[in-house]
Every structure is written in structure tokens, then in C-alpha cells.
Write a new protein. Structure first.
Length: 424
């Protein structure tokens, strides 16, 4: 019996756990779900056959290694900062590893040893990064086969709220890790536009965001993601004049979030003393950035209330995260929405054209969200392919090669995750 160990049972894990529970029955696998919140893990596994939930804190090295040693394959949905510990365990004990997070420098340095040991570490295997890579590379490779060249590549992805559940002035609700929402854009961004390398620091990310129209949904603002430049050689797009990967938000969100960033309220490095600190006092640096356009949204978050901040808060980021979770929650009947749009400007001889490829996925409820579905299912499908021997790649990979993306994208269609393409 093949054993799968999943670290993390949080927001993004629900649909992955559902998929693996089904697979455990059909394929006679064993599934272990480990989380620091045992009650949460038990609620997700729900006594399913061949499945058990265990209590594990990520810093419990002995217990963590014991679980890794028992596994045939390990999936990590832990916060990105904890992936490296799991990766080292998998390397030491000879276990394949999957996650949905960006490859960082620590993981990248393990690449030669991963390949030498004949293991597969498949990273960036979620939504963004993940489905964005797979669907984009399917287009890129098809254009190459047809003899077309790509002059501009723009890829946009947003975890948003479904139209029917859009009932607050931010046009947003928390459907994934709230800490990531707080810190979005904090690393700045680099990208290529009209053959010019553009760099934006954190304070510029949400300023004067450009907009794009998504058919059937209207206009969204977008801001650049981290380092788009590193994907140019991976995508084989050295000749493209423009190359940018972005995040979608409602235009009102970006305009108001810029004020919060400018005021330093997302800071997670400077310690605070929460005693006798109110939200109003904490948010005083925001006052110079409040105007008639953003005041309603800022007030909606409770930034100016005289209530005390949480006693457990250690930084401004902690306080802001508390407000986001309490003021912008996904309620039981709410549905979220994933929107992805690839825009490729191409030429074939003298003919110029644009390919627009659009994905829109709505969640079922506040647990089986579109975010959980699109992050979790690619991981689940890849796990199945590896355990069945269909995917036999070795080394450190992201899903940009046909051996990975073709079977995964094909199965995703059966789960309602498919793209609509327009040729303009």
C-alpha cells in the first residue's frame, strides 16, 4: 500500500484531501494528514477509509522525520518558510516531494543532489504558480510548433470573490492564506515592457495599476508579481518585447490598499506593544493618505475604531491580518472565484494576432473554494501520476514540460477547470 503524507490541512488543502481520500479507496493508498490543529485535520479527513489525521508541529523534527520516512510521497502545504525543513527530510530519507510554492534559493541549491538521488521534487504545482505555468506553456509550445513567434506575453491571475457574493466595498474576501494577502507585493517586482526592464519597489506596486477586461466579468486592475524576468528563459521567451506575470484585483482594492502600504501598516518586522493600543492609534500613520475615494473602504476594515488591538499581536502585519480575517471573511454561503487570463501577441510571417485564454472557476462554498480546488487538484493529480509510474521525471522541476502539464490539464477539465480561447 503506497502511503502519502500531507503536511498542512488549511484553507488550500480541502479539495486536495477530498481527491486523495477518493484515490486512497480506488487505488488502495494510505493517506496521512498532519497539522498543528488536529481538530481541523480530523474535520477534513472525516474518518475516511485508509486515512488518518495526526497532530504535528512543523518544528518537531523527530516526529516530522518519522512521518516522512513512512511515506512514498510527501506533499507540503505548510507556509513557504517551512518547506525547506521538509525538503531536507525528503532528501535525506529518499522521498519524492510536491508543493505549491515558488522555488526559493534554498530549494534550488538542492537541485543537483535531488537529481543525483533519483528523486522528484515538483514545486510550483498549485494555481499561481502552477496552472498558470501549465496553461501558458501549452500555448507557448503550440505557437512554436505552428511557427508563430510571441512578441508580448502577459499572464494575469486573481483569487477574487464571486459576483453573487461581492457585497463589501473592497470587492474581496479571504479565501486563502491571509498572511499572504497582507504581504502581497512586499518583495517588489521586475518585468519586461517594450524591451525595457522595469523595476517597482513595494511602495510603487499598487500605484496607478493598469486594467484589463475579462469577458463576462468586466475590468480588473493588475499589479506585477515578484520576478517575472526569471521565467523568461524557462518559458523560452527571450525575444518577446514584453513579459509580465501579474495578480488581478478589483480597481477599488488596489487604490485603497496603496494607502495601507504607504502608511507602513503591513510591516511584520518592527515589534509593537499592544497594551493600551487601539486600532485608531495604531492606524494614525494612515491619516495623510485618507481621501474621499478610499475613506469608506478603510473605515469598513475597522482601522479607525477605538477598540483595543489583539493582545497577541506583535507587529502591524498581525493587526492588519486580524482585521482582514474579521471584516472580509468567507461566510458559509459565500463563493470565491479564480480568474486567469493569458494575453499573447503573436506574429506568423506578416500576420499579427492575439491569443486570449481565459479561466473562470467559482467555488462551491467557504470550504470547497475555487482557490482550494485550483491549488489542490494539480497536486493531487501529480501525486497520482507519480505513484502510478506515469510521471517518471527526476530532479527539481516546475510544471513547464509536456510530461507534466499535458495529463494534469487534461484531468483538470473533468473537474470543470478549463480555458476558453479567443483568437483576435
Amino acid at each position: 500500500m503506497k502511503k502519502i503524507v500531507l503536511f498542512g490541512a488549511g484553507r488550500s488543502a480541502t479539495c486536495l484531501i477530498d481527491y486523495l481520500i477518493h484515490g486512497a479507496v480506488v487505488h488502495d493508498w494510505e493517506l496521512v494528514v498532519a497539522d498543528s490543529n488536529l481538530e481541523l485535520a480530523l474535520s477534513k479527513t472525516a474518518g475516511a477509509p485508509n486515512t488518518r489525521a495526526v497532530l504535528l508541529f512543523a518544528d518537531q523534527e523527530k516526529e516530522r522525520k518519522n512521518l516522512v520516512g513512512e511515506a512514498d510521497i510527501v506533499i507540503s502545504l505548510l507556509p513557504p518558510s517551512l518547506h525547506f525543513q521538509v525538503a531536507k527530510d525528503c532528501l535525506e530519507l529518499g522521498r519524492n516531494l510536491l508543493n505549491a510554492s515558488y522555488v526559493d534559493d534554498q530549494i534550488r541549491k538542492l537541485g543537483p543532489e535531488i537529481k543525483q538521488k533519483g528523486l522528484l521534487f515538483l514545486c510550483e504545482m498549485g494555481l499561481d504558480p502552477g496552472i498558470d505555468h501549465m496553461s501558458a506553456m501549452a500555448l507557448v509550445h503550440r505557437c512554436r510548433q505552428e511557427g508563430s513567434s510571441i512578441t508580448s506575453f502577459r499572464s494575469h491571475t486573481g483569487g477574487l470573490v464571486a459576483t453573487a457574493s461581492d457585497d463589501n466595498p473592497w470587492h474581496y474576501k479571504i479565501s486563502w492564506n491571509p498572511r499572504n494577502v497582507v504581504l502581497a507585493g512586499s518583495a517588489g517586482a521586475t518585468y519586461k515592457e517594450d524591451n525595457i526592464i522595469r523595476r517597482k519597489n513595494y511602495n510603487e506596486i499598487f500605484q496607478d495599476c493598469e486594467e484589463v477586461r475579462v469577458d463576462g466579468l468586466g475590468r480588473f486592475a493588475f499589479y506585477p508579481n515578484r520576478d517575472s524576468l526569471s521565467y523568461i528563459p524557462l518559458y523560452g521567451q527571450e525575444n518577446a518585447r514584453t513579459f509580465i506575470r501579474t495578480t488581478l484585483r478589483h480597481p477599488d482594492f488596489c487604490r485603497s490598499w496603496q494607502a495601507i502600504v504607504a502608511a507602513g501598516l503591513t510591516n511584520e518586522k518592527i515589534s509593537l506593544r499592544p497594551a493600551e493600543l487601539t486600532f485608531r492609534k495604531w492606524s494614525q500613520p494612515l491619516l495623510p493618505f485618507v481621501n474621499g475615494e478610499n475613506r469608506q473602504r478603510l473605515e469598513y476594515l475597522g482601522l479607525f475604531e477605538d477598540e483595543p488591538v489583539p493582545e497577541t499581536a506583535e507587529t502591524s502585519a498581525d493587526i492588519l491580518q486580524h482585521l482582514l480575517e474579521s471584516r472580509l471573511p468567507m461566510r458559509p454561503h459565500d463563493r470565491d472565484m479564480i480568474v486567469m487570463l493569458h494575453e499573447l501577441d503573436c506574429c506568423l510571417g506578416e500576420k499579427k494576432f492575439q491569443i486570449k485564454s481565459t479561466l473562470i472557476v467559482e467555488g462551491e462554498d467557504h470550504l470547497r473554494t475555487a482557490m482550494a480546488k485550483t491549488v489542490g487538484l494539480p497536486l493531487g493529480i501529480a501525486t497520482k501520476l507519480i505513484l502510478q509510474g506515469t510521471l517518471s521525471l527526476k530532479g527539481l522541476h516546475i510544471p513547464i514540460v509536456p510530461e507534466i502539464y499535458q495529463p494534469v490539464l487534461e484531468e483538470l477539465k473533468s473537474h470543470g477547470i478549463s480555458f476558453r480561447e479567443q483568437l483576435i
